[in-house]
Design a protein around this ligand. Structure first.
Ligand code: FAD
Length: 437
């Protein structure tokens, strides 16, 4: 049995800083015997634990989280709950099954989130506002044409936007063209993940600050945490890019670090300089482009860096440097708001596979893994969590079949080649980004 490193960063910069703190659940301190163990309380693990609890109402579901809820990607993302993924390079007829499958998965996740939010009255600024996809430069403008063609061919409801229409709606002249996809929602990510964790069914036992340090596989799996152990018949790993000794699958994922800044709340006068939409979210049509939001509480958030930083958050010095890139992008888009200071600065790590697919796998007869969404995991993670629970309970149809049918992730080489490759590929993401950054 080898030991996992215990280097789980516990920093809370970003969206979590904007909201009321939450009391974490206690650590696991004594031995537990259970039929169901889920590792990781992000969107995937929370969704999986909730579904297992529904499917097994008389049983205990144990959910172990290494940090506190909200400290991982699920509390640090930009809050776009997408229904329709953007596939770069345009519509390819032979990919139709794939497009439809991915959208079914997204839609299942979106529907599930909406019903949990409604049923539990979770206050997370959920707004079914649709999502803007924008182009500021040449490469992304071409991508915009491809995307519009794709949306038309798939009869996905959308509105094309000219430079003047964008200015009227969002108050920026920076984008050349864009398209708004009607289906899709925006959320405050930290509020959402807090709400999901605090409304789990009674038969889910969530333990925070309880990292799994080792898994001994067997008919019954034995799991170690620093202060206790768990024996579990079935284990579902929902721990994204962070490997667990003995429980890991072959290297298929790396953590890529992103960073963003959020302004203070804008004044009435500043808001009047923006467009007619009261809150909105822009995704870039370039893979290295900025995601920009006007939030429900009237702040502007901007996220436009991505790098390989050994799967870790950025330190203060790195963050301050990255903020210059956020600032430039902000001033480009909103020159009349260039006096508005940023109040929050944060980073987050997303799980990325070599061929931009996700991982959904039974690793052994009673060990499962679901995760890695390449920067798009709110709806997909929720759906994968549902599917992992169903799969572990013996169901292989519908959503489970969709998740099993996605393209398999590529093998990645071990370190140090992994580090060099991940650094290079992440850098390539910005090739030709131009004004979209
Ligand atoms: C800056 C940023 C912006 C993003 N923007 C968006 C967006 O707008 N829309 C979107 O859909 N997606 C976005 N994403 C991606 C999205 O956040 C992730 O895909 C999603 O949060 C993944 O959820 P998860 O539950 O699989 O993983 P995570 O949220 O990473 O949760 C995994 C959990 O497992 C825990 N864990 C790991 N190892 C162990 C262990 N050994 N023992 C116990 N627990 C463990 C971790 O602490 C963590 O809490 C973004 C990501 C980042 C970083």
């Amino acid at each position: 049995m080898s030991k996992n490193h215990l280097n789980f960063d516990h920093e809370t910069k970003g969206w979590v800083d904007l909201i009321q703190p939450r009391e974490p659940r206690p650590k696991l301190t004594s031995h537990i015997d259970t039929r169901w163990l889920v590792i990781g309380a992000g969107y995937t693990g929370l969704s999986c634990a909730r579904r297992l609890a529904e499917l097994n109402p008389g049983e205990k579901i144990v959910l172990l989280e290494a940090r506190e809820v909200g400290q991982s990607a699920s509390g640090r993302n930009s809050g776009y709950a997408v229904a329709h993924s953007h596939f770069s390079g345009g519509y390819q007829k032979n990919q139709l099954d794939h497009y439809e499958r991915i959208d079914r998965i997204n839609q299942t996740g979106l529907n599930s989130l909406k019903s949990i939010i409604d049923n539990n009255h979770i206050d997370c600024d959920y707004k079914e506002s649709g999502i803007y996809h924008m182009a500021a430069d040449q490469n992304s403008s071409l991508e915009c044409d491809y995307f519009v063609d794709y949306l038309k061919k798939r009869s996905i409801e959308h509105t094309e936007l000219s430079i003047d229409e964008i200015k009227a709606k969002l108050g920026t002249s920076w984008y050349q063209k864009g398209v708004k996809v009607k289906n899709g929602a925006l959320v405050q990510p930290a509020k959402l993940v807090f709400g999901l964790a605090d409304t789990l069914p009674n038969n889910v036992e969530l333990y925070e600050n309880s990292p799994v340090t080792a898994i001994n596989l067997g008919k019954v799996n034995t799991i170690k945490t620093p202060n206790a152990s768990v024996t579990a018949l079935n284990v579902i790993m929902a721990c994204n890019y962070e490997p667990i000794a003995n429980g890991r699958h072959k290297q298929r994922v790396v953590g890529v670090t992103l960073s963003g800044s959020i302004t203070r709340v804008l004044t009435e006068e500043e808001i009047s300089l923006l467009g007619t939409e009261s809150s909105w979210g822009v995704l870039s049509l370039h893979s290295g482009g900025a995601t920009v939001r006007l939030t429900e509480d009237k702040r502007i958030s901007i996220r436009n860096t991505a790098e390989y930083n050994s799967q870790s958050l950025l330190n203060n010095e790195q963050l301050i440097e990255r903020q210059e890139i956020h600032r430039q992008a902000f001033d480009n888009r909103f020159p009349e708001l260039s006096h508005v200071p940023f109040e929050h600065l944060y980073s987050g790590v997303e799980g990325v596979t070599g061929n931009k697919t996700n991982i959904f796998k039974r690793l052994s007869s009673n060990l499962y893994f679901a995760g890695c969404y390449n920067g798009s995991g709110i709806t997909k993670g929720t759906a994968f969590g549902l599917a992992a629970a169903d799969y572990a309970c013996g169901n292989e149809e519908g959503l489970v079949d969709d998740c099993l049918s996605i393209e398999k992730p590529q093998w990645l080489p071990p370190k140090p080649i992994l580090d060099i490759g991940a650094w290079y590929v992440t850098k390539q993401r910005f090739k030709g980004v131009g004004k979209d950054r």
